[in-house]
Design a protein around this ligand. Sequence first.
Ligand code: ZN
Length: 131
Amino acid sequence: MKRGTAETRQHSVLVVDDDDNVRSFFVDALTESGHSVATAVDGADALERLQGGTAPCVVLTDLRMPRMDGWELSRAVAKDPQLASIPVVVVTGDKVLSFTSPARDKPWSPSELDAMVQRSCSLHRTGGGRR
Ligand SMILES: [Zn+2]
């Protein structure tokens, strides 16, 4: 399998954020990189979508949200055997924490975002997300 070609660079991402502007930023940036993007407005909404069959390569979630926050969502995903292999990356306003990627503390640029998705997806594919 060739790596880094256009076909292998496209991934599906679930963006979870209660802020419309943040969601659109992520959707625009990821779409521009060629990824397919689904969105959810909080952790509970995201979990419902995942359990309903939305199967992203990676979930990008805000930390502070009503109903279910980013940590609760990542714990719920890890506990569900059907979902446990999906990497969940928790993104905060000034800092990004992740279970499967090195923690980041810079604001995202579209290319950084793309690189993070590529990295999380390759971990997912090799089974690195299972715990
Ligand atoms: Zn992927």
